[in-house]
Design a protein around this ligand. Structure first.
Ligand code: ASP
Length: 439
């Protein structure tokens, strides 16, 4: 059996980090498929190569700015290339320079070159074959085409050892197309699935998943296991663990993910499984996270409960204006839709509200701004007696007002709506009340 291991940008930021990551690869024969990100930040001030590429593309007509940005990319890759004697990095960079300057350059292609060059170089260093993601990863209408990708992937030779660039594939017109930022995690899942791996190891610069972001809660506890559903909830609600779409290629497979720290390989990490195998009382809650910048659109209408098709009419207007709804809550005579502010910034919000008003003949529509949503994610939360009491006690102690709360019967989360400025305090209070109390 084989393992796919994906290394993030920090684990591959310079020759020293690449050496360390490659030692990990070599330490286990089963690590046959290596997916790589572009070089990330080397230190506090430095930039990710992907950001430099993006800036180069944006400034390709401004010779002075372009040259200084490209020089930074060049220096990064030439330093990395010291690992593999004879690797033609200077030539590769000349080609890249011309490609970015070319009138046909497209932004996704340029963005993908960090992964491309890193993978080529690391393949040479490891003595693995370079396998370009364009040979099997396909997009259709901007989204991953998993069916086509798996079909092409099945034709690949499984006997070989590959280094594969993360983050991109080909669209239906034969152009390079990238996932959204951080998308190499998705490539890792695809590769694990294509090669029927026993495990997908995702190597980053943290020891695993923490109940709360350690930047907010010092000494936050690491979680041993999380389920696919929990991971999805936590990523969706702002925990920057893995890319939010990482699990999609793995839903119909038994392949688990193991999150590990390449700078601390002996640390246990966090397992991400279809279903958790251990749920001790102490480990019921896997994450407390949240995000600012939500608006709640509240629609009020008398006798709403008697009106058939009301929700359908309202959501049709959201759909027409391409506004994605994050959450909904309903009451007897009102309905609330929570949307991320970024969803409606580009549209004429007033026209949208007017149309909503007329199409459903509402008594009142009110937008509540400056809302943060906080999620408590865990196993079978709706079946735990006293969970909400603990939440409210913890928040009352810190004078945090809950504007809205939602707990569905089957989901593994409880969502709270609070005032934006209180997000970090709320996470700290919940951690203290729900986790520290159990330690
Ligand atoms: N290099 C890309 C980024 O910085 C993709 C990735 O690392 O996953 O977002």
């Amino acid at each position: 059996m084989a393992i796919t291991c994906k290394f993030g940008g920090t684990s591959l930021a310079c020759s020293r980090h690449i050496q360390q990551s490659c030692r990990i690869v070599k330490a286990d024969e089963r690590r046959k498929y290596v997916v790589v990100s572009a070089p990330g930040k080397v230190g506090g001030e430095s930039k990710k190569v992907t950001d430099l590429l993006l800036a180069c593309y944006a400034n390709r007509f401004d010779a002075e700015v372009f040259e200084s940005l490209f020089l930074q990319i060049k220096e990064r890759f030439l330093e990395i290339a010291t690992l593999a004697n004879g690797f033609p990095m200077e030539e590769e960079l000349k080609v890249l320079y011309a490609q970015i300057k070319s009138s046909e350059a497209n932004v996704d292609f340029v963005l993908s070159r960090g992964e491309y060059l890193n993978a080529k170089l690391i393949a040479a260093y490891l003595g693995y074959e370079f396998l370009d993601a364009t040979s099997f990863i396909r997009f259709q209408k901007g989204e991953l085409d998993l069916v086509a990708t798996l079909a092409l992937g099945k034709r690949l030779n499984k006997e070989k050892r590959y280094v594969i660039p993360g983050f991109y594939g080909l669209d239906e017109h034969g152009h390079v197309k990238t996932f959204s930022r951080g998308g190499s995690d998705i490539t890792g899942s695809i590769v694990a699935r294509v090669f029927d791996c026993e495990l997908y190891e995702n190597w980053t610069d943290v020891d695993g998943i923490y109940v709360a972001d350690p930047k907010t809660v010092k000494n936050s506890r690491r979680v041993g296991q999380v389920s696919f559903r929990e991971l999805r909830e936590m990523s969706y609600m702002g925990a920057s663990v893995l890319h939010a779409e990482t699990l999609m290629p793995l839903y119909e497979s038994p392949i688990p993910i193991l999150l590990k720290n390449s700078f601390q390989p002996e640390a246990e990490g966090t397992q991400i499984l279809k279903k958790r195998t251990e749920v001790s009382d102490r480990e019921v809650i896997t994450c407390i996270t949240g995000k600012n910048d939500y608006t709640c659109i509240q629609i009020s209408k008398a006798m709403l409960d008697k009106e058939l098709g009301f929700v359908k009419k309202a959501t049709a207007v959201f759909e027409k204006y391409h506004i994605n709804i994050s959450h909904t809550h309903s009451g007897l005579d009102n309905l609330c839709f929570f949307v991320e502010n970024s969803e409606y910034k580009q549209i004429a919000f007033e026209a949208f509200v007017r149309e909503l008003e007329t199409s459903i003949d509402a008594d009142k529509i009110k937008g509540h701004q400056n809302i943060a949503l906080v999620a408590v994610v865990g196993h079978n939360l709706s079946g735990k007696i006293g969970m909400l009491a603990k939440i409210f006690n913890a928040l009352e102690a810190r004078a945090i007002n809950v504007k809205t709360i939602y707990q569905s019967i089957s989901e593994c989360n409880i969502i709270l709506g609070i005032e934006e400025g209180q997000l970090n305090d709320c996470i700290k209070a919940l951690y203290q009340g729900l986790i520290e109390e159990k330690e």
